[in-house]
Design a protein around this ligand. Structure first.
Ligand code: FMN
Length: 154
């Protein structure tokens, strides 16, 4: 990967944050946390409750939660986007971030953490939301595999 790199990540419970920090440290990249204007509570994240905030958001394809703050991606050549898999895809707030920027000509690389689901469905959805970017194949990471994967990107 040539040029300047940003690692942008959303993490509700800290697992993706740890992976994102390891990836950014390995690459010497800048780090940006994608945060909702209203933080998720434990009750919001209860996927067993069909009425919880995360369940309602994920049931609505076009839901786009507001960001607490944004960043300018213009200066970056590469943007790695990390997230937890929610209902087999990326959380809707990641879609807010993707649709909120012009990634044309930039290299985008997704990575995820999950309880076991792969990243493939998220990857397909993200590519369709942001077709002008140059997408590289993404990866589901564990805390232990993050740095080695980042190294393999160089
Ligand atoms: C609302 C919600 C939905 C989830 N859906 C999935 C899923 O479809 N497949 C899976 O393997 N894990 C799923 N998980 C587990 C998370 O992907 C996993 O715990 C992840 O590492 C959490 O990352 P974080 O600590 O950065 O938020 C879900 C968790 C939540 C809160």
């Amino acid at each position: 990967m040539n040029g300047k790199t940003l690692v942008a990540y959303f993490s509700a419970e800290g697992t993706t944050a740890a992976a994102a920090k390891a990836v950014a440290a390995e690459l010497g990249a800048d780090l940006f946390e994608i945060k909702p204007d209203k933080p998720y509570t434990a009750a919001d994240l209860n996927w067993m409750n069909k009425k919880s905030r995360s369940s309602l958001e994920m049931a609505e394809e076009n839901c786009r939660p507001q960001l607490a703050e944004d960043t300018d991606v213009a200066a970056y050549d590469n943007v790695l986007i990390g997230f937890p898999v929610w209902w087999y895809v990326e959380p809707r707030i990641v879609d807010t971030f993707l649709e909120g920027h012009d990634f044309a000509g930039k290299t985008l690389v997704p990575f995820a953490t999950s309880g076991g689901s792969g990243i493939e469905r998220a990857e397909k959805r993200m590519r369709s939301l942001c077709p002008a970017a140059r997408w590289r194949e993404g990866k589901r990471l564990t805390a232990g595999s993050a740095a080695a994967w980042a190294k393999s990107l160089q």
